[in-house]
Design a binder for this molecule. Structure first.
Ligand SMILES: Nc1nc2c(c(=O)[nH]1)N[C@H]1C(S)=C(S)[C@@H](COP(=O)(O)O)O[C@H]1N2
Ligand SMILES: [Mo]
Length: 244
């Protein structure tokens, strides 16, 4: 097999192919960009379209905020206060399960940084707010010998990882809010990981599991060739300006 570039976190393929499939979906990119949708309407439309698009190509459609929606899963269930759960387990003394209200009741931290995808798009100064990952780990009591954290998602497919040292940083959150609004479904709501200093693929959407492990287990894109240590500007062969 000819080794090519790994499939990108925002999909691969030639631009012509993308346009073709967008056309097949009935989603002319130009029409979308100029359609007089209210921002909210456009976002929920894009989110719904992304749910139905097994190729992830709707992820290439820009919305007003400059984000690309992206999901490697063909459809993702919606979860809210009644159904959402986050488990913390693995090499910890006190495994726990959090409902959304439990997370909301904890101390919230707000960060405003640039979002940078490894494929090049950047959204400047985007507020994220939520619970520090370090607080959840401290509550669970990480056992000696633990080295890393594995993240799983209720899309059933995506996963991510951090070393314990990275996970303890003050700029790593379980985010409940983005752009000063509750995190919507399309952006990984009701809760996603937010790893501010790293490329956005580290920020696992639809977060459902935090497992403390004895070694780093590479995540979805990391098994497909992307760097496990995904520092913006210092990984993946890129030289982007730092996100602070
Ligand atoms: N569960 C899940 N999380 C994910 C992804 C995904 O496909 N599934 N894609 C990653 C990538 S490559 C990026 S750029 C961002 C996109 O986040 P957004 O859809 O909120 O813009 O989510 C990251 N987290
Ligand atoms: Mo990405």
């Amino acid at each position: 097999m000819t080794p090519g570039p790994p499939p990108g976190p925002d999909g691969g393929g030639a631009p012509v192919g993308r346009r073709l499939v967008l056309g097949m979906l009935g989603l002319g990119a130009v029409g979308l960009a100029t359609a007089p949708y209210l921002q909210k309407g456009l976002e929920s439309f894009l989110g719904a379209a992304a749910d139905k698009d097994p190729t992830g190509l709707t992820g290439l459609l820009p919305n007003g905020g400059g984000f690309r929606y992206y999901s490697v899963a063909s459809s993702v269930p919606r979860k809210g206060p009644d159904t959402y759960r986050l488990t913390v387990d693995g090499l910890v003394d006190r495994p726990a399960t959090y409902a959304l209200d439990d997370l909301r009741a904890m101390k919230q931290t707000r960060l405003v940084r640039d979002v940078q995808c490894v494929t090049g798009w950047r959204v400047p100064r985007t507020p994220f707010e939520g619970v520090r990952l370090s607080a959840l780990l401290a509550a669970a009591g990480v056992r000696p010998g633990a080295k890393a954290v594995r993240f799983t998602c209720f899309d059933g497919t995506y996963s991510e990882s951090l070393t314990l040292q990275q996970a303890d940083r003050r700029d790593v959150l379980v985010a409940l809010r983005m752009r000063d609004e509750p995190l919507g479904h399309a952006h990984g709501g009701p809760a996603r990981l937010y790893v501010a200093p790293m490329y956005f693929y580290k920020s696992a959407k639809w977060l459902s599991g935090i497992t403390v492990t004895s070694e780093v287990r590479p995540g979805y894109w990391e098994k497909r060739g992307y760097d496990v240590d995904a520092w913006v500007g210092r990984s993946n062969g890129r030289d982007d300006a730092p996100t602070v």
